[in-house]
Design a protein around this ligand. Structure first.
Ligand code: HEM
Length: 503
């Protein structure tokens, strides 16, 4: 009986593989007929394509950089069934994000992100179209405008002061900065989004962390979109559905609270207030903002805004610990600017010219979204002489572009001064430097994100000197990167010893 069972399983498996191979042959044959000139790329294996090459490397950004050395700045990889186009030069990035930006303005429909975002009702993963345009307009005018970001100033200052206090309390002992910075960035976004501290804060934070971690997992179903059963049998899918359900209960409760309480006109609005106001005022010509859209946009703010900002603070501190001269210069500047006051606030942050260069240099070497968010082209098109098949996933390796010695002198060294008196900025017009992307899909949260980086860094530099634990030398600090689906952070937590700077 057992043997029969085993035999039927083996037969089933081989029939399945045979079926896949047949499908692959038919598809390749029909593709070859219609696509004549794909960008260069490594040869593919049956069924898996180039999966083995991309996932055998430490991170995809390293792997794509190495492959691009051989195959060029516009490269074709087949991962499972899906054509991926890897872009690794400023010229090709400009082609995708400026010259043909409209063609490449869609996002791929990825299983876990779709579930997380209420079937892509968010900004980051919704398809390019009227609904997305409406959300971007709301971001520009209401949610993430300079005025709105300014209105969150007291929240940032309070959260950063609490950070300093908690570090003072552990003076001269090891502090896990990764935990602390993640916690304040999440705290700032939570208060900006929900207003007062929510009673659900801890559960919400831990649930969203779990969902973000889950999205970092390798998802085979996204590479074989025509095999729908892979989605149905995915255990990751089941976990994500459960987490999203838990988040939904909390978010609906927060929305109901906001709806039931009469808002004090003298108090600053939080993001849920703003979205509810838009929901009430929206006329029928617009896509009506449902509660689900509101929840999805709020989840976007957490997913897109918290790890990205905290990642820059942590990489910035790591680079400064490794390069003590940079740390000294940045500390001297912050202390010169704020010593008269005796504390750091946002009023004079604009005077920290060198710190701004440190932040830019950090984002050059450690862009928190090293491959941006993948884009997709609805229709087939051409780049130079190459044919790009419809629905290709387009990945721009801004990590590799930022380290390319063709565009950067001493590209691998941390040299903030390269940005002093330089016109290179992160506004999406210098294609050799794209930490926030470029074009229509560029990050709408730059002002908010930068504020969430500048203030904590200035505070850490003003109040403390920093040492590595266990007598470790500066150059021994581990700088290994990890890749979590979309964001890249430090693989290991940053643990340092703070020494109070006496005024
Ligand atoms: C300094 C921190 C930040 C960095 C480095 C960063 C970086 C990025 C990048 C690289 C993209 C993808 C752009 C592309 O695909 O071309 C992006 C998209 C996005 N970011 Fe940010 N971001 C940061 C902070 C924020 C904050 C604070 C928010 C909101 C609270 C935010 C909201 C978004 C949204 C909604 C998108 C999707 C845009 C779209 O698809 O239309 N980001 N971000």
């Amino acid at each position: 009986m057992d043997f029969l069972n085993y035999f039927s399983k083996i037969t089933y498996m081989y029939s399945f593989l045979f079926f896949l191979a047949l499908l692959k042959i038919v598809k390749t044959w029909s593709c070859k007929k219609s696509i004549v000139n794909l960008p260069p790329g490594p040869s593919t294996l049956p069924i898996i394509g180039n999966i083995h090459q991309v996932f055998s490397s430490s991170t995809p950004q390293h792997c794509c950089k190495n492959l691009a050395k051989k195959y060029g700045p516009l490269m074709h990889l087949k991962l499972g069934q899906v054509a991926h186009i890897i872009v690794s030069s400023p010229e090709m990035a400009k082609e995708i994000m400026k010259t043909q930006d409209l063609v490449f303005s869609d996002r791929p429909n990825l299983m876990l992100f779709r579930i997380f975002s209420y079937d892509t009702r968010d900004i980051a993963f919704s398809a390019y179209g009227e609904y997305w345009k409406q959300l971007r307009k709301i971001c520009a005018i209401e949610l993430l405008s300079a005025k709105r970001v300014q209105s969150f100033r007291s929240i940032r200052e309070e959260e950063c002061s609490a950070l300093v206090k908690s570090i003072y309390a552990s003076e001269a002992s090891i502090v896990n900065l990764t935990e602390k910075i993640l916690s304040i960035t999440c705290g700032i976004i939570m208060r900006a989004a929900f207003g007062k501290k929510s009673r659900h804060q801890q559960v919400f934070k831990s649930t969203i962390d779990q969902a973000i971690n889950l999205m970092a997992e390798f998802c085979i179903a996204d590479l074989y979109p025509s095999f729908k059963f892979l989605q149905r049998v995915s255990t990751t899918r089941t976990k994500m559905v459960k987490l999203r359900r838990e988040l939904d209960i909390i978010l609906q409760d927060i929305i109901n609270d906001h709806k039931s309480v009469h808002r004090d006109a003298n108090k600053d609005e939080d993001l849920v207030d703003v979205l509810l106001k838009i929901q009430q005022e929206s006329d029928h010509k617009q896509h009506r903002l449902t509660d689900e859209s509101i929840k999805s946009v709020i989840l976007d703010m957490f997913a897109a805004g918290s790890e990205s900002s905290s990642g820059i603070v942590l990489w910035g501190m790591s680079e400064m610990v490794k390069n003590p001269k940079v740390m000294e210069e940045a500390q001297a500047e912050v202390r010169r600017v704020f010593d008269k006051k005796g504390y750091v606030d946002e009023t004079d942050l604009h005077l920290l010219v060198y710190l701004k260069c440190v932040i830019k240099e950090t984002m050059r070497l450690h862009p928190t979204l090293p491959l941006l968010i993948p884009r997709e082209n609805r229709e087939k098109c051409k780049i130079n002489e190459y044919d790009i098949p419809a629905k290709a996933r387009v990945v721009v390796n801004v990590w590799a572009i930022g380290r390319d010695p063709k565009y950067w002198v001493e590209a691998e060294s941390f040299k903030p001064k390269r940005f002093l008196n330089s016109s290179i900025d992160f506004k999406g017009t210098n294609f050799e430097y794209l930490p926030f992307g470029a074009g229509r899909r560029m990050c709408p949260g730059i002002a908010f994100g930068i504020r969430n980086v500048e203030l904590p860094l200035a505070q850490l530099l003003y109040h403390f000197d920093w040492k590595l634990p266990n007598g470790m030398k500066n150059e021994q600090l581990d700088m290994t990167e990890s890749f979590g689906g979309i964001t890249a952070g430090r693989k290991n937590d940053l643990c340092l010893i703070p020494i109070t700077h006496r005024l």
